[in-house]
Design a binder for this molecule. Structure first.
Ligand code: FES
Ligand SMILES: [Fe+2]
Length: 408
């Protein structure tokens, strides 16, 4: 798309004219054509988190995951393996699974009853001509990797590299026991904003002090970024925490990956006196994974296009961001707790979800305000602060992906 299209702009010129350090030009945030390209060149090409394995406890359990107009059946087979199958019948293309989730022995297409195994192989097809070979018509499959209990899928035939990210996730999250964890709650909200505005918001904390009173009360780093005194206090506490309190075998030092999709990750303390991310700092649920005591630390990792995982000693939270339309993005949060923890006895879901649900609701409002302003005929790209360096990097990464894939 090098010439002006129906929307009256040239993509290559638009990409070329973006200035480093400034927000993107308006069409990137609201053009239907660019949204389509975003889906094709970013979201359908990169690895996505479809969900946590606790959604598929038994053979035959499945759930649907929708992305960019595609419906994918995520299913566990009798060997325990997880498959991601395109929900498109190989006969005449009907949707096969119509329910959002369920449990089946096999998949039977509702149109003419072609029947598929849990791995997508075609088991039976009636009245087919001589020479018809069932082996030639399995359901299309997506690439699947399960890392620390998270089901990653990629709809591209040649997925981008994943090993380095998988290693970082495993290093950080293996002490947290996510593969065996139970889902405490799964809540989604639709934010009426382009996915990149949502991503930019999640990749910076410049807004946190003014927008997130709960997060500011729980995490020291929010104030530390705004005041020398709080910054020094946090540095002193972090050194003491690493020396005396942190109970992780791996190096808790935060890391930053300068290139590719990986951004920052690491383990850090919450604040003095806080054992977990709760209203009071007191634990909310039984210890998870390898932890035999609360150490008041959290592990987290962020990576592009838009992913964020966080885990404390007693609960964890995984995000899933799904662009729905040029100005709508679904955000799903999944909270994980110890597999034996009993709701109402060992934990209260309202308390476990309190911090990140509040934070999401607050982010929803600011992202929607952001979209409304960006839609104005008076909007012009504005300068990022020094606290928004990751956001600027995200924009560069995004434009490179968009431009490279268009063959420019
Ligand atoms: S379309 Fe599925 S069996 Fe005909
Ligand atoms: Fe936020």
């Amino acid at each position: 798309m090098t010439n002006a299209d129906g929307n009256g702009f040239s993509l290559s010129r638009l990409i070329g004219s973006r200035k480093l350090g400034l927000t993107l030009q308006q069409p990137f945030y609201n053009s239907p054509r660019i949204f389509e390209l975003d889906m094709e060149r970013i979201h359908l090409r990169h690895w996505q988190i479809a969900g946590h394995v606790s959604r598929l406890p038994r053979a035959g359990d499945y759930f649907l995951y929708s992305l960019g107009g595609e419906s994918v059946v995520i299913v566990r087979d009798r060997d325990g393996e997880i498959h991601a199958l395109l929900n498109v019948c190989r006969h005449r293309g009907s949707r096969i699974c119509l329910e959002e989730k369920g449990s089946v022995k096999r998949f039977v297409c509702p149109y003419h009853s072609w029947t598929y195994g849990l791995d997508g192989s075609l088991m039976s097809a009636r009245h087919m001509p001589e020479g018809f070979d069932r082996a030639e018509f399995p359901l299309h499959r997506c690439h699947v990797r399960v890392v620390e209990g998270l089901i990653f899928i990629c709809l591209s035939e040649s997925p981008p590299p994943f090993d380095s990210l998988a290693r970082d996730i495993s290093t950080l999250f293996s002490p947290h026991g996510w593969p065996a964890a139970k889902t405490c709650a799964r809540i989604s909200h639709v934010i009426r904003a382009n996915w990149k505005l949502v991503a930019e918001n999640f990749f910076e904390c410049y807004h946190c002090l003014h927008t997130h009173p709960e997060l500011t009360s729980v995490m020291s780093y929010v104030r530390a970024g705004e005041s020398k005194r709080f910054g020094e206090e946090l540095d002193r506490y972090t050194s003491r925490w690493k020396r005396d309190l942190c109970r992780t075998d791996h190096d808790p030092e935060p890391f930053q990956r300068p290139a590719g999709i990986q951004q920052h990750g690491g383990r850090r303390p919450i604040r003095p006196g806080y054992l977990t991310q709760s209203r009071t700092g007191r634990p909310l649920a039984p210890l998870m994974g390898d932890y035999d005591a609360y150490d008041g630390g959290v592990s987290s990792i962020m990576f592009f296009p838009i992913h964020w995982l966080v885990a404390g000693n007693d609960y964890g939270m995984a995000t899933r961001f799904t662009p729905l339309s040029p100005q709508e993005t679904e955000v799903e949060l999944t909270w994980l707790v110890h597999p034996d923890a009993v709701e109402g006895v060992d934990y209260d879901p309202d308390e476990v979800t309190w911090l990140w649900l509040k934070t999401l609701e607050e982010d929803k409002e600011i992202c929607e305000n952001n979209q409304a302003g960006v839609n104005s005929r008076y909007y012009r790209p504005g300068p990022y602060s020094t606290a928004e360096e990751t956001v600027d990097r995200f924009c560069q990464w995004y434009l490179e992906e968009l431009g490279t894939s268009s063959g420019q």
